[in-house]
Design a protein around this ligand. Structure first.
Ligand SMILES: Nc1ncnc2c1ncn2[C@@H]1O[C@H](COP(=O)(O)OP(=O)(O)OP(=O)(O)O)[C@@H](O)[C@H]1O
Ligand code: SF4
Ligand SMILES: [Mg+2]
Length: 319
């Protein structure tokens, strides 16, 4: 049994202008010890997928269907009380917006300390602060920075503090949503090193969300490509990078200078669709350079091709 088994997950935001189908029928497994990179353009549903796993989708969004089985338990069926015991303890998350996830007027140590108090690991503020110091040290920051405020830290240090909070209770699964987007490449690499080191030390499974397929390719075992709320390709990193089966994956690689640098660099023309009214058939067909007639009408199912999953009529013809 995989650590995480997501089946036909649908997460919609019910706005006045209609339901935004942010995650629309995603099925994927994450094995224990894996590092899965989830990639896709802005608005493809990556953060919504992560928030659904944490059961933290904000209103007007909610899980509209499907299941998220974590270590044999369907998280979508748990009460909020039961979910609270898993969140932070068995699944840690680094949220996309680091400033929003740190309270500017509270000391770092008190904020990280909360997680120990919430889960009854510490019985006093004092003890929570001491444990927060240990967590900071684990994330490569000095122990006595528990007394600092968020504005006294650089972007990279803040990210370390957030990671310290996310792994403080040694979770089995760490979800990191764009943990390095605002950082320069050197700091970015150091944060990735930190996550890799913590993964090894704590025996964690990692889901790294990023719009940057080169970054995902560096350390992932598998890459999951999302487009317009759908999983369009999922497979071992080498296979996906060297021989992408989905035209969208190919487009992402062609716009990534580090990976296909020798090729002519070009972006994917056009824009992702409005998820209140996604196109019929394959959602990528208006932008796809190799679309077939049937792509306008028939939605391609996600099927196994070798050790990969892909949702594309043309890729299926290669089977
Ligand atoms: N609170 C909300 N209310 C309505 N729609 C939302 C809300 N949050 C997200 N959405 C929509 O859901 C879709 C998926 O958004 P999401 O943030 O999950 O994408 P993402 O892949 O994480 O993008 P990014 O790379 O920009 O972080 C988008 O169309 C977005 O506009
Ligand atoms: S199903 Fe058709 S439109 Fe969609 S990616 Fe494949 S070839 Fe392109
Ligand atoms: Mg996001």
């Amino acid at each position: 049994m995989a650590l995480l088994e997501i089946r036909d997950l649908r997460v919609y935001y019910y706005t006045l202008l209609g339901a935004v189908r942010a995650v629309d029928g995603v099925t994927m497994d994450v094995e224990r010890g894996e590092w899965v990179g989830v990639v896709g353009e802005s608005g493809s549903g990556k953060s919504t997928l992560a928030l659904a796993i944490m059961r933290l989708v904000p209103p007007p969004g909610r899980i509209a269907g499907g299941s998220i089985v974590f270590d044999g338990v369907d998280l979508t069926r748990l009460s909020e009380g039961e979910m609270r015991r898993i969140r932070g303890r068995r699944i840690g998350m680094v949220f996309q917006d680091p400033m929003a996830s740190l309270d500017p007027v509270r000391r770092i140590g008190d904020q990280i300390g909360d997680v120990f108090l919430e889960h009854g690991v510490a019985s006093s503020r004092e003890e929570a602060r001491r444990l927060a110091g240990e967590a900071l040290e684990m994330a490569g920051l000095p122990r006595d920075w528990v007394d600092r405020y968020p504005h006294q830290l650089s972007g990279g240090q803040r990210q370390r503090a957030l990671i310290a909070g996310a792994v403080a209770l040694k979770p089995e699964l760490l979800i990191a949503d764009e943990p390095t987007t605002a950082l320069d490449v050197i700091v970015q690499a150091k944060i990735m090193d930190l996550i890799e080191e913590l993964k090894r030390e704590l025996g964690m499974t990692v889901i790294l969300i990023t719009h940057d397929i080169s970054l995902a390719a560096e350390r992932s075992t598998r890459i999951a490509v999302m487009y317009a709320g759908k999983l369009v390709e999922y497979g071992p990193v080498d296979a996906v990078v060297e021989d992408p089966l989905h035209p969208y994956t190919r487009g992402l690689l062609e716009s990534a200078p580090d990976l296909w640098g020798e090729k002519r660099l070009r972006g994917i023309p056009g824009y992702p669709p409005d998820l209140r009214r996604p196109p019929r058939g394959c959602r990528f067909h208006p932008r796809c350079p190799v679309a077939l007639e049937k792509c306008r009408e028939e939605e391609p199912p996600l099927v196994r091709v070798g050790d990969r999953l892909v949702a594309c009529h043309r890729a299926l013809m290669r089977r």
